[in-house]
Write a protein that binds this ligand. Structure first.
Ligand SMILES: Cc1cc2nc3c(=O)[nH]c(=O)nc-3n(C[C@H](O)[C@H](O)[C@H](O)COP(=O)(O)O)c2cc1C
Length: 343
């Protein structure tokens, strides 16, 4: 059974839904319906100015109840009247729902921008119109939502990716404290993305990228191609350590997101969980968490377990050590990781 949460109707969104839900058991939920233990399709609309009041009320409801979506799985269909705001609304909703307990499978978003130009590559491949492509992807999304079951592992292989310095970094200290709590149940591999050795993606042509990928490398080669991508290919879960640099993840982690294309031409991330620790000196951890889930789950296809990210505000290592209630928060995050991944 698919439960559709549609705070605002829009003609093309209703058309896409009708096509996507044909023959699928479903019901439309009122705005205040319980959302736990369900398969929820968020059907969202934006106009020239972004989201409307009813959609904002939904976001506020999710943010105000830390357990609103416990036990649920989500997917997102976002229809825009302009070229802007669809991705922003998708990321906002995914983070709010996830922090209230909702899991997402990999690539849980289908968006239709005003012009539907965002469908052009897939439309050309499938030989369909932009609208047909959009509608057919909406249907595939519903099918993924209907059938998704989260995998569990006996002893998951966890890869931890960071670009921080031990003994100086509060983010890395939080990880060390978390690591003590996870060693009993996971095989852990830490991979530092060293400053100065990581090149960002060069943006090769598709065929050049494919050629390099088939030889297990990339134009630049180096640590990303030789160490990081194989480790990601072989893991069951990834944990990204993300200090907030100008309201975004740091350059090395961005470079890794961009260079994943080479791995994704050969394999996918759909059976891998995504976790994060985000630390800001002042504010804005939600922006960094949205960037992380946007890149790795909505775009690249890793799964988002409930409450995938721990967010803290601490400008340096001493401040991280003094975070109020940090030991209990680490206990809770370790328990959430364990229950998401382990048999
Ligand atoms: C280049 C740079 C940019 C930063 N930008 C921000 C920012 O935009 N917002 C913020 O809250 N903190 C910002 N900070 C502070 C870091 O997020 C903060 O110091 C964080 O805790 C660093 O983590 P670490 O102790 O693991 O190195 C910035 C720090 C650096 C070095």
């Amino acid at each position: 059974m698919i439960d559709v949460m549609m705070p605002k109707a829009q003609a093309r969104l209703s058309g896409a839904l009708e096509h996507a839900l044909q023959g699928v058991a479903h019901r439309f939920l009122p705005p205040d319906a319980p959302l736990q233990n369900r398969r929820v399709l968020f059907a969202l609309a934006t106009d020239d100015y972004g989201m409307d009041e009813a959609t904002l009320r939904l976001l506020r409801r999710l943010r105000s109840d830390a357990h609103a979506m416990d036990g649920s799985i989500g997917a997102l269909l976002v229809d825009g009247e302009s070229e802007l705001y669809t991705k922003q609304l998708a990321q906002e909703t995914a983070l709010a729902a996830n922090l209230s307990g909702c899991a997402f499978f990999g690539k849980p978003l289908v968006e239709g921008t005003g012009s539907l130009y965002n469908q052009h590559i897939l439309a050309a491949k499938a030989g369909m119109s932009l609208r047909e492509t959009y509608f057919s992807r909406a249907r595939e999304l519903v099918q993924s939502l209907e059938h998704f079951t989260a995998p569990k592992f006996r002893r998951p292989r966890l890869v931890v990716l960071h670009a921080s310095e031990r003994g100086r970094s509060g983010t890395l200290w939080l990880w060390e404290r978390l690591r003590e709590r996870l060693e009993g149940c996971c095989d852990i591999r830490e991979i530092p993305l060293q400053n100065g050795t990581i090149h960002d993606c060069r943006g090769c042509s598709y065929s050049a990228c494919l050629h390099y990928a088939q030889n297990d490398t990339c134009f630049y080669g180096g640590a990303i191609a030789e160490t990081v991508l194989p480790a990601i290919r072989d893991c069951n879960a990834m944990l990204f350590l993300c200090p907030n640099y100008n309201d975004a993840v740091g350059a090395n982690i961005t470079a890794l997101f961009n260079r994943l294309t080479s791995l994704l031409l050969q394999s996918d991330l759909r059976e891998k969980y995504l976790f994060g620790i985000v630390v800001s000196g002042y504010s804005g951890s939600d922006l960094v968490a949205k960037q992380l889930l946007g890149a790795m789950c909505l775009n690249k296809g890793a799964m988002l377990p409930p409450r995938f990210c721990m967010m803290q505000t601490a400008n340096d290592l001493p401040a991280a050590k003094q975070l109020p209630g940090i030991e209990a928060q680490l206990d809770a995050f370790a328990a959430a990781m364990h229950s998401a991944m382990c048999v």
